[in-house]
Write a protein that binds this ligand. Structure first.
Ligand SMILES: Nc1ncnc2c1ncn2[C@@H]1O[C@H](COP(=O)(O)OP(=O)(O)O)[C@@H](O)[C@H]1O
Ligand SMILES: [Mg+2]
Length: 271
């Protein structure tokens, strides 16, 4: 089995790294792939909460690295989705508890055993980021369409490129088409142009994300929603399926307005 090891990173905090790690991992697992999600945000763990597995943690990634337990003992198996595992972060330790070499060895020890390893990175461009990225072959850079997020993503992409990642792709999160159309938010293609990295997925701003985060229930298990659909498509593209990117301008036009426009045979607005 060829294991794909992907780090989810961004530079900036609060842009959706943990959300993407949890939901992408869950989606790939519901498609039948074996997935280990690693929380590399040592000291600030929250992937366990977003995945709804916080009550079942016994050991963590630092215990594995320090050989206080075996890897298998630390992996928390999801009860709802077969093949989905979490390797939680330590809460009472700092990121200095691990180094890049150890993280790389840990990732390498998972090769051949699981289809995917998805690593949630802490914010920042310091050692926490370097440790999270050390063992990954591929990187997903999560960015929101605002200037500070794009600037931080630019720094991270530079670091990833010098770290010889096989592939780097963008996930543009919290996209609000109405804001983009009114010129109050960067367009999705502007983000991709500025960063010179191709887009793997576009996730709309969607209250269902907050609801799913608070419930600890992946979107893929909930009722259909725009964000759930976005993660389904991102997983599909990772699996090599030819799924065209949505036109960002059409993201919020699935409801009444889209129906009316079709009726009148018009695409855009007036003028
Ligand atoms: N597409 C989205 N729509 C609405 N809320 C979102 C979306 N993506 C993330 N969020 C919310 O933003 C907050 C930060 O997301 P998180 O994944 O924790 O960011 P990070 O891990 O990069 O710090 C969370 O409360 C999450 O529910
Ligand atoms: Mg996070």
């Amino acid at each position: 089995m060829d294991t794909r090891i992907i780090v989810v990173t961004s530079g900036k905090g609060g842009v959706g790294k943990t959300t993407v790690t949890a939901n992408l991992s869950a989606r790939l697992a519901t498609e039948g792939y074996s997935v280990v999600a690693i929380d590399a945000d040592i000291g600030l763990r929250n992937l366990d909460v977003v995945m709804g597995l916080e009550n079942r943690i016994v050991f963590n990634v630092v215990d594995v690295i320090e050989e206080a337990c075996k890897l298998q003992q630390a992996l928390v198996r999801d009860r709802r989705i077969e093949n989905l595992f979490l390797l939680p972060a330590a809460q009472t330790r700092t990121k200095e508890a691990v180094n890049s070499k150890q993280m790389k060895e840990l990732c390498d020890s998972l090769r051949g055993k699981y289809d995917f390893v998805i690593i949630d990175s802490p914010a920042g461009i310091e050692s926490g980021f370097r440790n999270a990225a050390a063992g990954a072959d591929e990187a997903l850079v999560v960015v929101t369409p605002d200037v500070s997020s794009v600037r931080d993503a630019d720094r991270i992409i530079g670091l990833l490129e010098s770290g010889e990642k096989k592939s780097i792709a963008l996930v543009v999160n919290r996209v609000r088409p109405a804001m983009i159309r009114s010129g109050k938010m960067l367009g999705v293609s502007d983000v991709s142009d500025i960063l010179a990295v191709s887009i793997l997925g576009i996730i709309p701003e969607d209250d269902n994300v907050v609801i799913s985060t608070n419930r600890g229930e992946p979107l893929t298990l909930g009722s259909p929603s725009p964000a759930a659909r976005a993660f389904e498509n991102i997983a599909g593209r990772i699996l090599g399926r030819d799924i065209p990117l949505p036109d960002p301008g059409s993201l919020d036009e699935k409801g009444l307005l889209a129906g009316l426009k079709k009726m009148f045979g018009r695409q855009g607005g007036r003028g």
